[in-house]
Design a protein around this ligand. Structure first.
Ligand code: ZN
Length: 130
């Protein structure tokens, strides 16, 4: 399954859990794994808190403290900070499917992480029975 999304800021986290649940329902798989893969070099995917929206804002602010956009970076596009953040967070997550549901913790959600938006983006969801 391919999902297209439009991001609206340079940096933002978008909760994509419902898309993954939809892919599971569509597949009819009751038990297995769901893989979410982001095919971009300045975006990523992660699992984190879905209750307090300040958490994802703090993650973005924390990453900006860790990875400032240094003038000494060589990449001509000028977005090396976004490339570094994407590599730090990673381009895929795997979640267990049990009885047709994602086996996430109560406070966990799956987030598409934009680091160089706004852009048209996509991610893939692969459901594997087993
Ligand atoms: Zn670049």
């Amino acid at each position: 399954m391919e999902v297209n999304i439009r991001t609206s800021k340079r940096e933002e986290f978008i909760n994509i859990t419902s898309y993954v649940k939809g892919a599971i329902k569509e597949s009819g798989v009751e038990n297995g794994i769901a893989i979410v893969f982001v095919p971009h070099t300045t975006a990523a995917v992660t699992i984190n808190e879905n209750a307090d929206p300040d958490v994802t804002i703090d993650i973005i602010n924390g990453l900006n403290e860790i990875v400032p956009n240094l003038k000494t970076f060589r990449h001509i596009e000028g977005n090396s900070d976004a490339h570094i953040k994407a590599s730090l967070i990673g381009s895929s997550v795997t979640v267990i499917i049990e009885n047709g549901n994602l086996k996430l913790g109560t406070w966990q959600g799956i987030y598409f992480c934009e680091f160089d938006g706004p852009r048209l983006r996509k991610f893939y969801v692969k459901i594997i029975e087993g």
